[in-house]
Design a protein around this ligand. Structure first.
Ligand code: DAH
Length: 333
């Protein structure tokens, strides 16, 4: 069988030499005749089972090497032909290019605007100590004012409530002031978390941007001036703001601020005033907690919901759409 096998390989090699390399039809015939599933080599392999194990070993080796050699003959020829056959004019597969999420777009615009007004950007952790999220902001434990925030407490081995998913960006006011001295102008963009039953206007996580200004002689007119300038910068010169008295434990006095602009009026069927911000003069206790002397310095702070801005800008009526991860939604912006 060894002799026959070697002869068969020799015959195949000879025949291949006589086949023109451009004649693909002849090559295919050759391949099928020798290397095909029912080709001569497969046929001969069937007789392997009658051999002794020593023979099997020897013949098997010749068999494998010979077959490989023939395949390479063909591969070389066909491979060379394939190279020639590449059509360079066929368009490629276009890579899918994403873009910035609409909330991030709004965040970037607002950050850029405040940076242009001389503000620095600060950031803080999303998993926060209650100390920063509440206590140092003048929201003591067991005080009813803590109920203003529906909080996710983080179980970290003890049953204490000293670690939370931050409910607002305000704790970063305290963190940032640990290594700063007034005068400061800061903004803090970031993600916050609330233990909400979700609906069209409530989500368990959303985005805010916080502001803090501390200097000598800062008063409510500065707060109004800065926020008015910011809103005009974002929505045009005919944008107006309106202050309503409100309560936040970390400011005194505190305000809710409504904004009126043409874009939103158009997107909300003519609703003039929309509540956008919480703000106020930093509470003396909070200044003290920052290591700042309230007799020497005063300041104002504000917090704004970025999801709400995005929704008003685009006429989106359900906050949950932002967080579905659905591409049909984000591709619109
Ligand atoms: N942290 C408040 C909230 O999420 C919003 C806020 C109100 C921030 C007044 C402030 C402020 O800085 O002065 O409900």
């Amino acid at each position: 069988m060894k002799k026959e096998l070697l002869q068969l390989f020799e015959q195949a090699r000879e025949e291949f030499k006589n086949t023109a390399s451009s004649d693909t039809k002849a090559q295919e015939q050759w391949r099928s005749l020798y290397l095909g599933r029912k080709g001569k080599i497969s046929e001969m392999a069937k007789h392997m089972k009658d051999l002794s194990s020593a023979e099997k070993k020897e013949i098997g080796k010749i068999f494998n090497e010979g077959k490989k050699e023939l395949e390479q003959l063909l591969g070389g020829e066909v491979g060379a032909q394939k190279e020639v056959a590449i059509d360079m004019t066929i368009p490629g597969v276009a890579p899918a290019i994403g873009h910035v999420h609409p909330i991030t777009q709004v965040m970037d615009t607002v950050v850029e605007l405040f940076v242009g007004m001389g503000f620095d950007v600060a950031e803080g952790p999303e998993v926060e100590l209650s100390k920063y999220n509440f206590d140092l902001l003048n929201i003591p434990k067991d005080h009813p004012s803590r109920d203003m925030w529906d909080t996710f407490y983080v179980n970290h081995g003890s049953s204490s409530e000293d670690v939370v998913m931050r409910t607002h960006t305000s704790p970063v006011q305290l963190r940032a002031m640990e290594d700063k001295e007034p005068p400061v102008r800061l903004i803090v963009p970031g993600r916050v978390f609330r233990n909400e039953a979700t609906d069209a206007s409530h989500e368990t996580n959303f985005y805010q941007i916080e502001g803090l200004v501390i200097d000598k002689g800062i008063g409510v007119p500065d707060l109004v001036g800065v926020l008015q300038a910011a809103m005009k910068g974002l929505y045009g010169d005919d944008t107006e703001i309106r202050l309503r008295p409100s309560f936040f434990p970390f400011v005194e006095p505190g305000f809710e601020i409504d904004v009126s602009c043409k874009l939103w009026e158009a997107k909300t069927n003519g609703k003039k005033w929309l509540e956008i911000l919480g703000a106020g003069m930093v509470h003396p206790t909070v200044l003290k907690n920052m290591g700042v002397d309230p007799n020497e310095y005063t300041g104002f702070a504000f917090g704004m919901g970025l999801d709400r801005l995005m929704m008003l800008n685009h006429g989106v009526d359900d906050i949950r759409l932002s967080y579905t991860g659905g591409l049909p939604f984000v591709r619109q912006f």
